[in-house]
Design a protein around this ligand. Structure first.
Ligand SMILES: Nc1ncnc2c1ncn2[C@@H]1O[C@H](COP(=O)(O)OP(=O)(O)OP(=O)(O)O)[C@@H](O)[C@H]1O
Ligand code: NI
Length: 302
């Protein structure tokens, strides 16, 4: 950070995603979701530090050098639908040209078949065929999003990271994109989806990971999270209770600055259940990092 400030944007993130499974990562803006995705692809700025390991198909993404990442990881082992697609598209080339180029780089599609394959890839992401010859600046945000999704699907990578893949889309397209991502998982790919949209999360998730202030505070089975007894972490319960179709009650207060975290549980200042135990950092155990999680069987919704 400028001025030598140090921010721990993501700490102790531990999770796995199996082939054929969709893990959805949720949490308020600024909690570290995109930093986590960028770290997996070696896309953090040069002054960022990472520690630990992230293994896909036997390659540790955090230990890999730039050459390995560029040649064997990005697009091939890990596909990315970036949060700001416009910034990741090449401005001077049409969507079709970028799809054809990516097909050439990542697949064995023979030259004569690439045009057709580009159209197929576009259709999978609901990108309209009559816009294929446009340049990125001629696309709306939603279309740029779909172009980026089409590009991310081309390499058929075993792990797909989708960072806010439905932002800027109207409800119809949200449903369509969610359906396509779910199908991608059902075909045997591992899928990590980052989203604010809990309704979309409910449609596609097998499991839900909840992030708060740079830490994963709960990982739960999606059925239990959305429809069963509900999440166990008070923050996760608060996220659900804030939904218009539920209590529509926002969580009081604001998330902390990551550069200025309180000691102990970072959620304690906003938590109705907080007590003296919360002055110590809760360890992640049995799917939750909280000193007084809701019981899985308890049905009070406080
Ligand atoms: N390039 C950067 N330089 C310095 N700090 C950064 C940088 N990128 C992110 N951060 C810090 O990391 C934190 C997490 O950012 P991140 O983009 O991962 O949040 P997010 O959870 O993806 O939010 P959103 O939902 O708004 O996309 C930010 O609050 C900021 O403090
Ligand atoms: Ni983000």
């Amino acid at each position: 950070m400028p001025g030598g400030r140090y921010v721990a944007a993501v700490t102790d993130a531990r999770f796995d995603v199996a082939a054929g499974e969709c893990l959805v990562l949720v949490g308020e803006s600024g909690c570290g979701k995109s930093v986590l995705a960028s770290a997996l692809l070696g896309l953090l700025p040069g002054n960022a530090e990472t520690a630990g390991s992230a293994v896909v198909d036997g390659t540790d993404l955090l230990a890999a050098d730039e050459r390995t990442l560029a040649r064997t990881v990005r697009g091939r082992r890990v596909g990315l639908v970036p949060q700001s697609p416009a910034a990741h598209l090449t401005p001077v080339r049409t969507v079709r040209a970028q799809l054809v180029e990516t097909l050439r780089e990542l697949t064995g599609t023979p030259r004569a078949k690439r045009r057709e394959a580009a159209a197929t890839a576009a259709a999978r992401a609901a990108f309209p065929a009559d816009h294929l010859d446009r340049h990125p600046h001629e696309l709306s945000g939603g279309l740029a999003q779909r172009a980026a999704t089409a590009l991310a699907l081309v390499g058929d990578a075993p792990l797909l990271l989708a960072d806010e893949p439905t932002t800027g889309l109207d409800r119809d397209l949200v449903d369509r994109t969610a359906g396509e991502l779910r199908r991608h998982a059902d075909e045997g790919h591992a899928l990590l989806v980052i989203t604010h949209d809990l309704a979309a999360a409910r449609r596609i998730a097998d499991r839900v990971a909840v992030m708060y202030a740079g830490r994963i505070v709960e990982i739960a089975d999606a059925g239990r999270f959305f429809d069963g007894p509900g999440p166990r972490h008070p923050y996760a319960r608060g996220l659900l209770a804030a939904l218009p179709e539920r209590e529509f009650t926002p969580i009081p207060g604001l998330p902390p600055e990551l550069g200025d975290l309180p000691g102990g549980c970072a959620f304690a200042p906003r938590c109705a259940r907080a007590g003296t135990a919360c002055q110590a950092l809760p360890h992640f155990a049995d799917g939750v990092a909280c000193h007084h999680p809701h019981d899985a069987r308890e049905d009070d919704r406080a």
